[in-house]
Write a protein that binds this ligand. Sequence first.
Ligand SMILES: Nc1nc2c(c(=O)[nH]1)N[C@H]1C(S)=C(S)[C@@H](COP(=O)(O)O)O[C@H]1N2
Ligand SMILES: [Mo]
Length: 332
Amino acid sequence: MLIRKPSLFDGSAIPSSELTPKDRFLNRRRFLQGATASAASLAAAALAANRLLNVADPAQNVLAAGNLDTQRGSLTTHGEELTSFEHITTFNNFYEFGPDKYQPAKNAGVLPTRPWAIHVSGLVHKPRTFDIDALLKLHPLEDRVYRHRCVEGWSMVIPWVGYSLSELIKQCNPLSTAKYVQFLSYYDPKVTTWASQTTLPFPYAEGLRMDEAMNPLTLLTVGLYGDVLPKQNGAPVRVMIPWKYGFKSPKSVVAIRFLDKQPETTWNKINPDIYGFYSNVYPALQHPRWNQKMERRIGMPFWAQKRTSMIFNGYSDFVGHMYSGMDMNRNF
Ligand SMILES: Nc1nc2c(c(=O)[nH]1)N[C@H]1C(S)=C(S)[C@@H](COP(=O)(O)O)O[C@H]1N2
Ligand SMILES: [Mo]
């Protein structure tokens, strides 16, 4: 059996064709698809997929803002085909807007994304509030392609826009006693009415150890395909942690707390035996329900969907050192 090198990840020059504004991404993709199938059969397939997902107009909740001014990030995966904008924005987990994958694209339109702020509190020199428009200007925005692996066994390759969360944390001035960071997502029972269809506790809470939060790969994410985040993907700001299962990446973040103890997190709270605090992609450790050794790449033709999952989702060169000496089978 062929053993693939775990990481296609380096800081070297990326062909400019790989990271471009959304229009060019899309054109390039159409061009690539055109090489293997006719436009008509592709359109038919897309329509069928949309019907399957029960999505009337997948683009309906995309914010109508202009393209973001981005630069190419050096911390980016390359060499893998990007998942289409359509798939990324119609196959979502966002339980505040319904338990089914097609629901966030239909329901998240009611999420108010302006005004918006992130409130910073806990073990910091001074509690602070960052307005979203200030956050957008706090640091140059980068295009970064990351693999996205859900514990349910599917994966995507997504061109996010943002900058390292560490840039924001530096501005927050945490105390030396701050060992963990907790994130809280937007929750208003009058708006996120679908939340009551699940047994999850809200607001959605996630957390990281300080070194994980400061790792340059941890992305404060404000965009997708060169444009602002669609609401179903966690507008206007979320955190992406590409070496962990998708549920560790909270959407529509409104609060950040610095703590001296491991924070409570949503999935860990409801089932700590399955959803550990770390939840690093660790294919050797089997979830009772979903296969972690293999994954299915969303949007690929069926014969090309199956892949071998990689430890730390392929990012071990960048994050492995943080867990050396830790038993991953215990600290899952
Ligand atoms: N607030 C909030 N954040 C969330 C979720 C959620 O339900 N609510 N779902 C998580 C899960 S399980 C996954 S796989 C990813 C999905 O992100 P995507 O829809 O952008 O692919 O978001 C994560 N962040
Ligand atoms: Mo997930």
